[in-house]
Design a protein around this ligand. Structure first.
Ligand SMILES: [Zn+2]
Length: 465
């Protein structure tokens, strides 16, 4: 007699007996970086040689589509329909990675060969995102086996290969295939848990609004002896402008960029008691940095952050005795749906003008990734939380959005699904840098959680039923 416990036991056995590690080893070995030319064939191979045959074996009908934007990686869609009257879930993942940074990994590690050490699996894509979608599909396989080749629900998969280039083409693709991708809920995985030990559901993502601040005063540098003290120094002007945007302890001073009535009550509610941890030496959480009066969780899940990504004046690698001609900074705002990015540039212009910085020009301003949020008390979110708590026997933390970015807005806008992101990684995983890794213990919880979710989806009693 098939049972929920037996489905979880199958998933656990696959994981514990090395099946998952072998799978992840094969996926990591595909050098599917989307950020370096020359690896286009690897982007194709990830889908054609690994994901497509796998999901076809699970009974999906799969197709690999060219990206609607030339020069960007392909997109795989796969559908497995048992009964249109049953719930349909949309699963998302991305098989592309950031660049390997091969020479920066510590001795003994290399990005494209999985390496196990101290409860971690090192390898590019282990956390972002190969390891995460592989957990979800492996759990699906366990449930399918336990139910004797039946799921009891329908599933659709979108796996893109250009996420690390801003998911270029995904919006156009999903818009064009909206009918085919129609589903009741998106349940998928990327990004970190709030803490490695705390199973997490994120119901959206923060967005990114990026811009350059530029001050250009003259054609070239001028002698620092003859002109310093006489002519305006662009680096000093730019630094004062930045100081007017954000104070010395990280509080944003352009108050129009922020949720007007503070952290909304429902956001504050779900974040009450939410831990933030597991940075594992990657960075410190500085209590006196950022918006005063907010908890660490409220700062990154319920508020906006301002970050200077890069700044330059003169030639730092070869300074000359000159007042520089210009200065430039590239900045961005990580914002929640509680603010409107359409107003950010005008607010900044007004703020700079009011503070005497008409000489600072804003360039290349715009949304790089949109914010999204499903209400944290949405029935599908509560359903998923209850299912996970039953499987893992521990509390699940809901957050109103992840701190980073994901293309959830595309699925809300074109497919209309609520978002249930269940991350399997953690803040210290070093995705986007050398030594990326997946923690084995949360990954094991992840496969159990998904075996439970997939099982429960086939049992009835879902929000739609
Ligand atoms: Zn990434």
């Amino acid at each position: 007699m098939p049972s929920r416990d037996a489905a979880l036991a199958r998933a656990a056995a696959f994981f514990d007996e090395g099946g998952y590690k072998t799978l992840l080893t094969d996926l990591v070995a595909v050098q599917s970086t989307a950020q370096e030319p020359g690896f286009e064939a690897e982007l194709d191979r990830y889908l054609a040689a690994h994901i497509k045959p796998w999901v076809e074996r699970l009974g999906f009908t799969a197709a690999i589509h060219p990206n609607p934007e030339p020069g960007f990686g392909p997109i795989l869609t796969a559908t497995r329909i048992e009964d249109p009257a049953r719930p349909t879930v949309l699963l998302y993942g991305h098989g592309d990675t950031v660049r390997g940074l091969d020479e920066q990994w510590r001795a003994g590690l290399t990005p494209w060969a999985l390496h196990e050490e101290d409860g971690r699996w090192y390898g590019r894509g282990s956390a972002d995102n190969k390891g995460q979608h592989a957990i979800n599909l492996a759990a699906l396989e366990a449930v399918l086996a336990e139910r004797g080749g039946r799921l009891g629900f329908n599933i659709k998969l979108v796996l893109e290969m250009a996420e690390e280039r801003g998911s270029r083409g995904l919006r156009e693709f999903v818009a064009a295939h909206a009918a085919e991708l129609k589903a009741d809920v998106l349940i998928a995985s990327d990004g970190p848990r709030v803490d490695p030990d705390v199973p997490t559901i994120a119901t959206g993502t923060r967005g990114i609004f990026q811009f350059d601040l530029v001050i250009k005063l003259r054609a070239g540098g001028v002698h620092s002896g003859h002109w310093g003290g006489l002519t305006t120094d662009p680096a000093i002007r730019l630094n004062h402008a930045l100081a007017g945007i954000c104070d010395a302890r990280g509080k944003i001073l352009v108050r129009d960029w922020l949720p007007q009535n503070g952290v909304p009550a429902e956001v504050r509610g779900v974040l009450d008691g939410c831990p933030v941890g597991g940075a594992d030496g990657a960075a410190t959480i500085d209590a006196d940095w950022g918006e005063p009066g907010l908890t660490a969780a409220e700062k990154i899940y319920g508020w906006n952050s301002f970050i200077v990504l890069a700044m330059l004046s003169g030639k730092p690698d070869a300074p000359v005795n000159a007042v520089a001609p210009d200065a430039r900074a590239t900045c961005h705002i990580r914002y929640t749906v509680d603010t409107d990015p359409e107003t950010f540039e005008a607010s900044l212009r007004r703020h700079l003008d009011e503070h005497g910085f008409r000489d600072i020009v804003i360039e290349h301003a715009g949304v790089r990734m949109a914010a999204s949020r499903t209400p944290p008390n949405h029935p599908w979110v509560s359903w998923a939380r209850d299912s996970m708590q039953r499987s893992l026997n521990k509390r699940v933390q809901i957050i109103p959005n992840s701190s980073g970015g994901l293309p959830g807005d595309v699925f809300i806008d074109h497919v209309g699904t609520p978002l249930v992101w269940v991350p399997h990684s953690y803040n210290g995983c070093k995705q986007h840098g050398p030594d990326e890794h997946l923690l084995i213990a949360p990954a094991r919880e992840g496969i159990l959680a998904f075996a439970g979710l997939w099982w429960d989806l086939g049992e009835g009693g879902t929000p739609r039923a």
